[in-house]
Write a protein of this length. Structure first.
Length: 257
């Protein structure tokens, strides 16, 4: 197990609890659960679950925005346990809910921490995950336009061109900012073969953070259903790294999509 291999002192669940009222991009319920067999009558509990692929803590496979991209079941297992690089943009999001993770944010991170590890996942920490139980998670205005942070399309292109990062994670409803039109970040990132996991209390849809000297020892891992040619699916996400106050703070704030 990779978490044991890095000597993890702390493993954090980054997954949102999925329920029928979990907020969605379109504003309509996309998850339901019905008790099919009950213990008091059948001696067993079995539920029937109905959901879309992209609800709650989930990941987007390349097929989501490409004609012939990899489906969720075709993503290599090696890309599901990866180093985690958290980009903290909470300060600018506090001033502007439409703020986006930019190339400048990535360059500042690299200046402080060095180059991003190969096959890493870059996680946007906007702090938006704390609104997951509130209408502000969608943050729709009177005209129905959504306002929440996301990853700028140019930043996604930078990661594809300049790094070997394989995943982008956010603590919001979408890789794209709520005000973006036509999903520009999705259209750049996913056809390139990369992944788009959404994490909770992104921390994983929160995110996990660590101190500078722990950068290369933190990992994220997600597990998904291998169900045919899906363009995405709900996932369970964990992060492991040495314990520190940054992680504890992040866990309190509950962050990824």
């Amino acid at each position: 197990m990779s978490f044991l291999a890095i000597g993890a002192e702390r493993v954090i669940d980054l997954t949102h609890e999925l329920h029928e009222d979990f907020p969605t991009l379109i504003g309509q319920k996309q998850f339901s659960r019905r008790r099919q067999l009950a213990f008091e009558k059948a001696g067993i509990n079995i539920d029937t679950i109905m959901s879309t692929e992209h609800v709650g803590t989930h990941f987007d496979a390349p097929l989501h925005f490409s004609e012939n991209g990899r489906s969720a079941s075709e993503v290599p297992a090696a890309q599901l346990v990866v180093p985690l690089c958290v980009i903290d943009i909470r300060e600018k999001v506090a001033a502007d809910p439409d703020a986006r993770l930019s190339i400048s944010d990535l360059e500042v991170w690299i200046q402080h921490h060095g180059s991003m590890p190969d096959n890493a996942c870059v996680a946007m920490l906007s702090g938006w995950g704390r609104f997951v139980g509130d209408d502000k998670f969608r943050n729709a205005d009177v005209d129905g336009k959504l306002h929440f942070p996301g990853v700028d399309a140019q930043a996604a292109q930078y990661l594809l061109d300049e790094t070997s990062v394989v995943g982008l994670a956010v603590d919001t409803l979408s890789l794209d900012a709520g005000a973006a039109t036509d999903f520009p970040t999705h259209r750049i990132w996913l056809p390139g073969g990369a992944l788009g996991p959404g994490m909770r209390r992104q921390p994983p849809r929160g995110s996990t953070a660590w101190r500078d000297d722990h950068r290369r020892r933190a990992e994220a891992s997600w597990w998904h259903r291998r169900s045919g040619s899906c363009a995405g699916c709900p996932i369970s996400v964990r992060s492991a790294s040495p314990a520190d106050e940054v992680q504890r703070t992040f866990r309190r704030n509950r962050g990824f999509q």
